[in-house]
Design a protein around this ligand. Sequence first.
Ligand code: PLP
Length: 396
Amino acid sequence: MPGPGAYWIGEEERREILEVVDSKYWFRYGNLQDPNFKHKVYDLEQELCKQFGCGHALATTSGTASLLVSLLALGIKPGDEVIVPAYTFVASYTSIIFAGGVPVLTEIDDSLTIDPNQIEKRITPKTRAIMPVHMLGNPCDMEAITDIAKRHGLPIIEDSCQAFGATYRGKNCGTIGDIGAFSLNFFKTITSGDGGLVSTNSKDLYERAFGFHDQGHLPNRTGVEVGNRLILGLNFRMNELTGAGALAQLRKLPKLLTRLRTLKKSLKEKIADLPGIAFRKINDSEGECGTLLTVIYESAEKAKEVGERLGTGPIARSGWHVYSNMEHVGAHLKSVGQPSGFGAYPVTDDMLLRSMNISVGVVDGGLGAGFGVNINSTEEDVEAVAQKFRAAYLGK
Ligand SMILES: *Cc1c(COP(=O)(O)O)cnc(C)c1O
């Protein structure tokens, strides 16, 4: 039960991938003049820049790798604090921790993304970056966040792993801050099985991210440069097979988002008249992905009750997207003197106990979205899901 891109894997992906298979050249670097080198990873980076209007793109092995190399590119060092929401996937925290930094969790608001009004309270002399996360395809309030970042001279790293293609006021999420990270894992908007991308408009950040992702090398080498590397790096290079699949998926993104937004609108309209029903706030109703429909109930009891009738539950029960469910992260936070465990972020705790995700395109129990429709659902399917939800909501 994956993300919408996986539902649409077809002839285009097959063609791109087989081209690489047959070339027997599966490594991302090569001579662009060589007809046997299919340069899919290179094309993927170029096409992302064109589609999203960003200066530079870098393909990696995962969203987690993208976050890590982005943090390192920004110069995050041991002890540096990074502000991050209390509702996000575990990788937002672990990437900060492995960069040597300290995740400083911050309450969310009813958009289920970081509450800009809470950010300044969390800034200390050790703060070095803000990491807004565009959760569930919903863009963060980037205007307010950018304003705070500017006033405090802090860079923004956007975790866009759940928001591939989302826009905020016409700009693609991931290209608004200083650097942005995307995921291509199986549960995301588009997929190559696993994989990731980094975007930035800064040549300097791009070259640093590139170096960290490839043993300190400068971009797009054709051989091994000895004596020319200024930073230490690791290996998070994407291979050509992954690049080929991702390229075919990226080309489907506009159509896929149109379909998701239509489906979501239809489903929402069919339940919006229920007495007392409320949905999460969408910070840009034109630009969100439309991958999930989130209902916020007036009480945790009601959320639990309706969830049980539908074979699902509140977001609070959805595993590693909720800080208080991450026992290993909690232990780490405690060891560095940060609040941890249920109760540490009461506004977030309350919000997640009262919220339920209905799938539109991302059908993922791990996100609390085991109930709903998928991208291939028909209008009749949407109607049936709406009727099921109405009955459960009304207690029938
Ligand atoms: C999925 C996800 C990641 C990590 O992406 P991977 O490709 O699985 O490494 C990071 N942050 C968020 C918010 C995510 O949902």
